[in-house]
Every structure is written in structure tokens, then in C-alpha cells.
Design a protein around this ligand. Structure first.
Ligand code: CTP
Length: 422
């Protein structure tokens, strides 16, 4: 085994190493040449943790996955149209199996036409040299690196390089991927690759890709730790116009995100915001309403994300309501309650008014969790039969509790009786 790889494999997560050996053993029994490929190989060589195991088989990937799933009693999902399968090893570890394949693209941005191939074919269809390496996991050749395109040297020289000149034409989502990997690893997009990337941008090749597909790749960028660096690079390359023509990004605000993202991440353990969605809100906030509407329908966002973005767009109005001089906690509650947690955090981040921060913090840490002792049944037992009235009484008891007027069940009862009579 190559000394370098041996060295890297020994620093690999032992759980992953054990799983790979199990897969390799089964592949030997079935006489199938089998490899670890893609991102995990890159990360093994960089000694970075990666729990996404991608396996490519010269032969049927599905067959090998089925054998292992049966033997190890693991859940398996098969995608026959792609000749792939995902095996769920544990909660955090899953293994993707694929059959080695050759790809050709009928036109730019199209989904590729696929035919069976060998490991070289399979690596050649990939985005960048650093992602186009494989490690054999069969026993006889365990740990041998397959590096046909100079991935290892590029990794050592910190270069992002495409494998052939048509790479961005065939798959323009690679424009976003190049920036993402460049910023994540602090690498550099190699000069020729960068020239081709700029050409692809000039030709607006991303228009050939289904908006949804391009956006999915963009969302991966939003999840990066160094999302701000990625955006700065995209702005520098004028590569954000796919979002909306002539989009204007608030750069100073973007630069503030770094610090605030850390804060949001700290809050996030309590309220689970989507930091990626907050970044998107910032990117979109200078769009005109019509452009925003067009973007939201083109990218087919999840309903709740759409709603949150539309809410965030009106953050100034919410801020005005929240900064009123005399506002009871229950009034703040009524303003914030209908909004998504992400919108609220966005507002917390966006507003410069201390009073707004205080009211949001009170809502997040306290008021939104307040529960009353009384139930609808209790109100019915007090002689109230109208459903609407029961709801109103319960709501009012809750608001008064938020305002600190009711401290125990007896007080809630007493107040409910009065409210029924009103
Ligand atoms: N790939 C590609 N072109 C794309 C998408 C993916 O060639 N447009 C290949 C790359 O070889 C990549 C592999 O498929 O390594 C897996 O894709 P993905 O999971 O998106 O990338 P990773 O490299 O695993 O990135 P990450 O570390 O962000 O998961």
C-alpha cells in the first residue's frame, strides 16, 4: 500500500475504516472491483473527517449493497433508474453505492446520458481533479490510490482544476462548486479553470440548468462554515446574477454576518434557526418585490422557507411595531408569535434598536414557552359552551400570564370566570 495513503488511512475515523473493510471483503467474495471515491478520498488525503461514504463498483453497485444490507441487517434504499443504492449503516453514517459509469451530456446543463464503465470512466466524469480520485478497497489492493488526473498533486498545490475544457459547459453547477471548495479549503481555482469558469459565466450557461438544480448547489454553499468568503468570491466573479439579474448585495451587511453567524449559532442550540436561510434573506433583501416573487417561484423553495423569506422582507414594519414606547410583553408576543423562528432571528440580527433586541430575547427565552394550567375542558366545566368563547378566554388567560398578572392555577380560574362573564 502506498505509504502516504497508509498514513492517511490510519488517521481515518476507525468506524469508517471498519465499514470499508467489511464492504471490501464482501466485494472480494462477489469478485467485484470496488473503490472508495469522490469527496471522502479527498478528505482522507486532507485528514479531514467525512462520514459520507461513496463506493463505486465495477459491476453492479446495487447487488453489492443488497448483499451487505442483508448480511448486516441494515436499511437499504435502491434507485434503479440511477443504478445506485443508499445503505443506512447508523444514524450518522450512510453509504452510497454506485455502478461505475461513463457519462455524456447531450447539451449544456442537461442530465447526463449514462452507460456502464470502469473506474477511470467514472472518475473522468467528475468535477475537479481533487474529487476525481479513488482508493481500492479490495483486500489484495487495499489502499491503492487511483489518481489518473493529477488530483494528489493538485491537492498538495491547493488547486481546484477541472478535468477537461467542457466541464463547466456540461455542468454549470460546477461554477458554484469550484467557489465552494476553493473557499472551504483556502485553495485557488487554477488559472485555466478560472478562465473557463468566467467564460461560462459570461455565456450565462447556468440558464441551461434547471433553476432548482442550480439552486440546490447554491444551498450547499449557504451551509458552508465560511459562507461569507464564498459570497465575497461570488460577488467578485459576478456570479450571483443567476439568483436575479442585476442583484445588488449589501456588502457591508454581508461582512457583518461573520461575527453574527457565530452568535446565531450559539442561539441556535436553543431555537434551531436555519443560518443558511438567514444568509439567503440577507442576499435577497434588496430585491424589488416583483423580482423576489419571480425568484421564489423559479427556485421552488420549501413552503415554510418561502413564507419566512417573505416575512423577513417586511422586517422594517415588524421592527416599527416592536419598538413602540409602551408595549406589554403580551403585545410583543402577539407580534412575534405568528413569525417563523428564522424570521425572528433575522430581525434580531438586522435591527439596530436595543429595545427590539430586548423584546425579541424575552419572547425567545421566556414568553413563547409560557403555558397555562387551564384547559378547554376546565372552561367548559365553568359553564362556557361556545367554542369561540372558550378559545378567547384561554388566549386572554395566557396573555395575562405572560404579562405577569397570573401566577398560579387558582388565579387563572378566577380570571377565567370573570372573562366568561364579560
Ligand atoms: N460530482 C461532480 N459534479 C457535480 C456534483 C458531484 O463531479 N456537479 C462528484 C464529485 O466527484 C464529488 C462527488 O460527486 O466529489 C460527490 O458529490 P457531493 O456529495 O456533492 O460532493 P462532495 O465532494 O462529497 O462534497 P461535500 O464535501 O461538500 O459533501
Amino acid at each position: 500500500m502506498d505509504k502516504l495513503i497508509k498514513n492517511c488511512l490510519t488517521t481515518m475515523n476507525p468506524k469508517i475504516l471498519r465499514i470499508i473493510k467489511i464492504v471490501g471483503r464482501k466485494a472480494d467474495q462477489k469478485n467485484l472491483k470496488t473503490y472508495l471515491v469522490g469527496g471522502i478520498v479527498r478528505d482522507v488525503l486532507l485528514k479531514r473527517n467525512n462520514l459520507d461514504i461513496d463506493i463505486v463498483v465495477e459491476g453492479s453497485g446495487i447487488l453489492l449493497a443488497q448483499e451487505i444490507a442483508r448480511e448486516q441487517k441494515k436499511k437499504l434504499i435502491i434507485y434503479p433508474q440511477f443504478k445506485t443504492a443508499t445503505l443506512f449503516w447508523s444514524e450518522d453514517i450512510h453509504i452510497d453505492f454506485a455502478t461505475a459509469r461513463k457519462e455524456s451530456y447531450p447539451f449544456s446543463g442537461a442530465l447526463p446520458v449514462v452507460a456502464p464503465g470502469n473506474i477511470r470512466d467514472d472518475l473522468f466524469r467528475r468535477d475537479f481533479t481533487i474529487n476525481a480520485m479513488a482508493i481500492s478497497i479490495n483486500k489484495d489492493s487495499f489502499g491503492q490510490l487511483v489518481d489518473e488526473f493529477g488530483g494528489l498533486v493538485d491537492l498538495q498545490h491547493k488547486k481546484i482544476r477541472i478535468l477537461h475544457d467542457k466541464s463547466f459547459i456540461e455542468d454549470p453547477t460546477r461554477i458554484l462548486r469550484a467557489v465552494r471548495f476553493e473557499q472551504r479549503f483556502r485553495f485557488c481555482i487554477q488559472t485555466h479553470t478560472l478562465n473557463l469558469l468566467k467564460e461560462a459565466l459570461k455565456k450565462e450557461l447556468f440558464k441551461n440548468v434547471k433553476a432548482q438544480r442550480y439552486f440546490n448547489e447554491f444551498k450547499k454553499m449557504l451551509k458552508e462554515r465560511d459562507v461569507v468568503l464564498c459570497f465575497k468570491r461570488l460577488i467578485q466573479l459576478k456570479a450571483l446574477s443567476f439568483l436575479s439579474p442585476g442583484i445588488k448585495i449589501n456588502l457591508p451587511l454581508l461582512q457583518q454576518i461573520d461575527k453574527n453567524i457565530q452568535n446565531l449559532r450559539r442561539v441556535s442550540s436553543r431555537v434551531d434557526p436555519s443560518v443558511d436561510l438567514i444568509c439567503l434573506m440577507i442576499l435577497l433583501e434588496r430585491l424589488k418585490p416583483k423580482a423576489l416573487e419571480a425568484l421564489l417561484s423559479r427556485f421552488n423553495l420549501r413552503r415554510e422557507d418561502r413564507v419566512a423569506i417573505v416575512e423577513s422582507y417586511k422586517w422594517k414594519d415588524i421592527e416599527t411595531k416592536l419598538s413602540r414606547g409602551h408595549l406589554k410583553p403580551s403585545e410583543g408576543y402577539l407580534i412575534l408569535k405568528p413569525l417563523s423562528q428564522t424570521t425572528i432571528l433575522y430581525l434580531r440580527f438586522r435591527s439596530l434598536k436595543r429595545i427590539v433586541w430586548q423584546r425579541i430575547d424575552r419572547f425567545l427565552k421566556n414568553d413563547q414557552m409560557v403555558k397555562i394550567f387551564l384547559t378547554g375542558e376546565d372552561i367548559k366545566n365553568l359553564g362556557c359552551t361556545s367554542g369561540q368563547k372558550i378559545g378567547e378566554v384561554l388566549d386572554n388567560v395566557l396573555y395575562e400570564k405572560i404579562d405577569g398578572k397570573l401566577n398560579n392555577k387558582q388565579q387563572e380560574y378566577k380570571r377565567a370566570k370573570e372573562l366568561i362573564l364579560l
